[in-house]
Design a protein around this ligand. Sequence first.
Ligand code: HEC
Length: 247
Amino acid sequence: MLPEKLKTMLSDLPPGFMYLVLLATSLALVPPALILRARAVPSEHRRIHIIQNMDNQPKFFDQQQNLLFRDTRSMRPRVPGTVSRSQMVGDTHYFLGTVEGDFATTFPSQVEVNEYLLDRGRTCFEIYCLPCHGVQGKGDGLVHQRAMVLLNAGTNGTTWVQPKSLHEEAIKDYPLGQIFWTISNGVRNMAGYKSQIRVEDRWAIVAWVEALQLSQDASPEDVSGADSLPVINKVLPGEDMEEEDDS
Ligand code: HEC
């Protein structure tokens, strides 16, 4: 029941205009239909992604193939001998100075005790230990002497624990591993040095501490060919002072 006016308007239109309108309308439905299909039907192709924002990056996933490697696996096997940092060091003798939970009584097999090692030990001892323990390891280094001056002057808040003499009987009886452990981890008021001194150098210091201890207790029989040397029967310079230190 169209009004008369509309009827005349429609009959005035060119012939076939209605078909054109119908065709245009159906064509206009094609793109939305395609979009709906793309959203509903699974596809093998990656969807069109115009702004990437680094959403997709080339990378290999587990169990994928990677032709870069001869065995074509993207997952690489562990390099033999790899140990994670949190895992045990393995060789406790070398790295901790312990064997089966006790302090080691020998040098580890990696450490060859020779002149070079002693030389290295002396250098490291004189850098790291001498300031407190003194050149001979008697616990009388310059740091100690300075601390005593401050202590005697009553400088506010100075407290001081004397560095041990490395020639005390107890310390002479320490197994090698315990000296190594002490250098590494410190003891009571002494700080540990494992972050500053490499493992091999710590063993070198152990060797030098042993040499110092031997040297302070040596008798002529310990030296080959000592008979041919002149006998020195007097008090060596400095010995008087040490007596006082010990009291
Ligand atoms: C900053 C000063 C200082 C330095 C440097 C230092 N020590 Fe000590 N050391 C001490 C003090 C202090 C003690 C005594 C700690 C205590 O009894 O509380 C000590 C104790 C020791 C002991 C005896 C441990 C025990 O069980 O009684 C040994 C062994 C030792 N030091 C070796 C070394 C060696 C080797 C080095 C060099 C790597 C070194 N120290 C560097 C201050 C120092």
